[in-house]
Design a protein around this ligand. Structure first.
Ligand code: COA
Ligand code: AMP
Length: 633
């Protein structure tokens, strides 16, 4: 860092973003330099590094192979569920990626074509992502915990030429067969991919569809390596679908140039990671954290990235994270608070931790949901390193607010992810876009342009991009998080302003869950609410109003809707509780008062809304929630 002062750097990034980002772009490899750092000729569609030509995979791998890191470990695959540890040097990973790029090319994948990747946490997933980047294809990774229906929706939206999948995932000891899910997704989707490339894992041999399915290993055995192709900075690198307010997910699009510059810079500025350091993001490649900090950013920086196929507990015990840190000399760990709550719950005294030397660990980063102070304090006490809460979203691709360890650590205020990261012009506004006073809660918004590395649009849907993020507060990006900024500039992220809930760090739309419940033949009306859960942060519960004259018993209907969610959204929704009620609390204009139900379930003091249709329903809700165990003791 040229300057080592947060305030100076922050001010420079806001007042002169061209100068700030051009300086960091120089640390990346470009076949041709950009014509302009920020192009704002087509607002609100900003382009970073317009005219620049580069290749993301080259920056992640080839550059390091050619600049002294050829024999340095790029990726460590650690899988307690298969008892495997496999390391790839930068050269080995580059060669595997170049070969798989050859496989894609041979099967007709060209620059701009989409490739869906439906794989568990195995190196082949990262190899497939990087191979797409190598040939300028646009990857879209779909998380393994989603059901076939969710995969089908993404196939129809992205229209992939090819799908790359694995035969199975392994959830602790359970084999999750991916291939039947893939086959039924393709059956359901209107759009049909030409080919599927399937990595057969020894734990499960998938049945192949002749003329469509290709065996990964057979294809690699006769492939010819492909060189990196040149792409424009503004060309799409990937689409990552995330929950919107309906069952139709939003296809967040990331570019190549801005993504490279911002992520490479963030590795030092936020995480304080240098070349050759070992970084571990304990997430999944199906989520944004996996894209940004398992695959791309650590490799851009020349670090070693750990890819872990396991859980914080149960694989085999709550010492699992500490074993990995110690075995691989991890310098910084990034995970969701829920992972530490799981460890703390099983090992409150930290006895498993005592078995390992984790002196290599210098910091723990948490994100994905609000970090409760209890968990932070516990982790600080046990790990004896700074625990950094930072706030970001799938859309932003990297941290909006953080304690930037690589610039200068700031004092911690529990409950706050510290201050806006350089690049983020963050404000709190009221419904009319007026700035509110410090300490007052409002909508957290970011003044446009967003920094590089953020979403450039929604896949083939500029209109939805504008409606979802830019229309409510003209000139600003709406984060859909509510919060406040205090006198010292510390940010507090309190709650979503839409119907998104966070279950074990996984983002879900209650609207999408309601769409599934409403499809049950006996359900007339329903509401899904995210209630507080000690382990997962939030859990969805369903309130069902049945059609008049329904004769089926209630337990059976509840069982059926739970099954429907599992089949249509996936196990990741963790939807296990629903109840039948006579009516839902509504305003006089007919709006369901979901917040009121949530307050009762969470035992939070609240005022009965003045607009409520009939306040006697509050007691009915209370009784119904008690029946299903809420509020929790
Ligand atoms: N493929 C298939 N199924 C999957 C899956 C995958 N990749 N990931 C999760 N699932 C399934 C699980 O097996 C589970 O199924 P079940 O209902 O049959 O038990 C369900 O989805 C819920 O999984 P999960 O959310 O992982 O909950 P859990 O109870 O198994 O574990 C934690 C709880 C806290 C240990 C776990 O959620 C965790 O490690 N979280 C870390 C958070 C994280 O990585 N967040 C990403 C953003 S940083
Ligand atoms: P996702 O897109 O899955 O990363 O989820 C993004 C959402 O998670 C944000 O909009 C927030 O609501 C929530 N979130 C992420 N990180 C934090 C954090 N550090 N504190 C509070 N909420 C967070």
């Amino acid at each position: 860092m040229e300057k080592n002062n947060y305030t100076d750097l922050y001010e420079l990034s806001i007042k002169d973003p061209d100068k700030f980002w051009a300086e960091h772009a120089k640390e990346c490899h470009w076949y041709k330099n950009w014509d302009s750092v920020l192009d704002d000729s087509n607002k609100p569609f900003y382009k970073w590094f317009k005219g620049g030509i580069l290749n993301t995979c080259y920056n992640a791998l080839d550059y390091h192979v050619e600049n002294g890191l050829k024999d340095h470990t790029a990726l460590i695959y650690d899988s307690p569920v298969t008892n495997t540890v496999k390391k790839y040097t930068y050269l080995e990973l580059r060669d595997e990626v170049a070969l798989f790029a050859g496989v894609l090319d041979k099967n007709g994948v060209k620059k701009g074509d989409r490739v869906i990747i439906y794989m568990p946490m195995i190196p082949q997933a990262a190899i497939a992502m990087l191979a797409c980047a190598r040939i300028g294809a646009v990857h879209s990774v779909v998380f393994g915990g989603f059901a076939a229906n969710e995969l089908a929706t993404r196939i129809d939206d992205a229209k992939p030429k090819i799908i790359v999948a694995a035969s199975c995932g392994i959830e602790v000891t359970k084999i999750v067969k991916y291939k039947p899910l893939l086959d039924s997704a393709i059956e359901m989707s209107k759009f049909k991919p030409e080919k599927c490339i399937v990595f057969q894992r020894p734990q499960e041999k998938a049945c192949m569809v002749s003329d469509r399915d290709i065996d990964w290993n057979e294809a690699m055995a006769c492939a010819k390596p492909k060189k990196c192709v040149e792409v424009l900075a503004e060309d799409p690198l990937y689409i990552l679908y995330t929950s919107g307010t309906t069952g139709q997910p939003k296809g967040v699009v990331r570019d190549n140039g801005g993504h490279l510059v911002a992520l490479k810079w963030s590795m030092k500025a936020i995480y304080n990671m240098d070349r050759k350091d070992v970084f571990w993001a304990a997430s999944d490649i199906g989520w944004v954290v996996g894209h940004s900090y398992i695959v791309y950013a650590p490799l851009f920086k020349g670090c070693t990235s750990v890819m872990y196929e396991g859980k914080p507990v149960g694989t085999p015990d709550p010492g699992a994270f500490f074993r990995v840190i110690s075995d691989h000399k991890v310098k910084a760990l990034f995970t969701a608070p829920t992972a530490f709550r799981a460890i703390k719950r099983e090992d409150p005294e930290g006895e498993y931790l005592q078995k390992y030397d984790i002196s290599c660990l210098k910091s723990l980063f948490l994100a994905g949901e609000r970090s409760d102070p209890d968990t932070i304090l516990w982790a600080e006490k046990k790990l004896k390193v700074p625990v950094i809460d930072h706030w970001w979203q799938t859309e932003t691709g990297w941290g909006i607010a953080a304690n930037c360890l690589g610039i200068k650590a700031m004092p911690v205020k529990y409950g706050s992810p510290t201050k806006a990261v350089p690049g983020w012009d963050l404000y709190v506004v009221d419904a009319d876009s007026n700035m509110v006073q410090r300490g007052t809660i409002g909508a957290l918004v970011v003044k446009l342009p967003l920094p590089p590395g953020t979403l450039i649009t929604l896949w083939q849907n500029d209109k939805r991009f504008k409606e979802s993020y830019l229309d409510s507060f003209p000139g600003y990006y709406e984060t859909s998080d509510a919060g406040y900024i205090d006198e010292d500039g510390y940010v507090y992220v309190m709650a979503r302003t839409d119907d998104i809930i966070n279950v074990a760090g996984h983002r879900l739309s209650t609207g999408a869950l309601e769409e599934v419940l409403a499809d049950h033949a006996d359900v007339a009306e329903c509401a899904v609410i995210g209630v507080y859960d000690q382990l997962k942060g939030q859990l969805p519960i369903g309130m069902l109003v049945l059609n008049k004259g329904t004769v089926k018993n209630h337990e059976q209907i509840v069982e059926e809707v739970i099954k429907m969610v599992r089949e249509r959204i996936g196990p990741v929704a963790a939807f296990k509780t629903a109840t039948v009620i006579d009516r839902l609390p509504k305003t006089r204009s007919g709006k369901i008062l979901r917040g009121t139900i949530r307050n009762i379930a969470d035992s939070v003091d609240f005022k009965i809304p003045a607009t409520i249709e009939d306040s006697s329903i509050i007691n009915e809700m209370r009784d119904a929630l008690i029946d299903i165990g809420y509020p929790k003791k």
